[in-house]
Write a protein that binds this ligand. Structure first.
Ligand code: ADP
Ligand code: MG
Length: 322
């Protein structure tokens, strides 16, 4: 039995997670989330979506009404596996009287990291997160960004297999955010799995292998970034001149026209060329023809609004010029 569960390829496999707070707030309504080993996984969603509740359930800080599945191949709450997880809680409050170095040692001791390992890891992680200069300063003097970086160092003290980060870039300036992204990629390269929560999309797009979009306690979308965005493309043709006489013809091709720009949903070079022929037949000047692939943020906003970005039925090769 143990052998079988250990064989799962998922680092995290959560099935039908449900949680209601105070019998009224349905924070999670049957969530399924799978994270492959060695992946950077982003759980995205607006505030109140249930992201923190889900990771608190994974860390056994909050008790689910119902949850099945495994983390690192064992049932949720397995003590041995919990010790293999590094966790950065949201809005963590560290005791202000400790210095950065003391804090790392203190938390790692609580997590039963042996003293020699703590002695070796603390300065290395402070250095890695650019905090060496502040190692002996009390954390009450730290900025929000420094606190987040210290929190990350804290989560890495046990050299975890799985890193769970709740809003890791919250309050961090753009340079610090980039450093955190680089660190996440480094973690991945060293074989760790990263599970992160965020309400910020554009920055995660760059590092996540897979994402789930959580809205109102339910997973609205889940997949690799290319799975979520590959079938959502449109062409935009901009031109100068008066195309009002062509409106009917352009719309009959299946394109829309507004403000000197024609939009053609999907990947159909035939349509693009027909529109170009129409414009040229009236001697209108074409300024540009650009493929536009929707970003994760577009998908997110669309998911939130419940309106559809027209999916393209047939997968196609990348358009020229992309
Ligand atoms: N301890 C709690 N008691 C009651 N309601 C809670 C508690 N924690 C979270 N909630 C509610 O559960 C929902 C999900 O919250 P949360 O998991 O923090 O979402 P997120 O991390 O995505 O912002 C919200 O409506 C929130 O107000
Ligand atoms: Mg949260």
């Amino acid at each position: 039995m143990v052998g079988v569960t250990e064989m799962t390829n998922w680092a995290v496999d959560l099935i039908d997670v449900r949680k209601t707070y105070r019998k009224t707030v349905q924070a999670l309504r049957g969530v399924n989330v799978q994270v492959g080993r060695g992946e950077i996984f982003g759980l995205l969603g607006p505030n109140g979506a249930g992201k923190s509740t889900l990771v608190k359930i994974m860390m056994t800080v909050v008790r689910a009404d119902h949850v099945l599945g495994t983390i690192l191949g064992r049932p949720i709450g397995n003590r041995g596996k919990l010790a293999r997880i590094g966790y950065l809680p949201e809005n963590h409050r560290f005791p202000g009287y400790l210095t950065g170095a003391q804090l790392l040692d203190h938390y790692a001791a609580l997590a039963k990291v042996p003293r020699p390992r703590r002695r070796e890891s603390a300065p290395r992680l402070l250095e890695r997160l650019g905090l060496s200069r502040w190692a002996n300063m009390r954390v009450r003097e730290y900025s929000k960004g420094m606190m987040q970086r210290l929190g990350l160092a804290q989560a890495l003290m046990n050299d975890p297999d799985l890193l769970i980060l709740d809003e890791p870039t919250d309050g961090v300036d753009p340079v610090g955010r980039r450093e955190i992204r680089e660190l996440l990629v480094e973690m991945k390269q060293s074989g760790k799995t990263v599970f992160l929560n965020s309400h910020l999309l554009s920055e995660l797009e760059m590092v996540c292998d897979r994402v789930a979009i959580l809205v109102g306690g339910m997973v609205a979308r889940q997949g690799t970034l290319s799975e979520l965005t590959e079938h959502t493309i449109e062409y935009r043709i901009s031109f100068t001149g008066d195309a009002s006489a062509l409106r009917g013809d352009i719309e009959s091709v299946g394109a829309t026209i507004a403000d000197g720009e024609i939009t053609i949903a999907g990947h159909d070079s035939g349509k693009v060329n027909r529109v170009i022929d129409l414009l040229r037949s009236k001697n209108l000047q074409i300024e540009s023809v650009e493929p536009h692939r929707f970003s994760l943020e577009d998908i997110f906003v669309e998911t939130m609004e419940g309106t559809a970005i027209t999916p393209e039925a047939v997968p196609v090769a990348r358009p020229v010029g992309e």
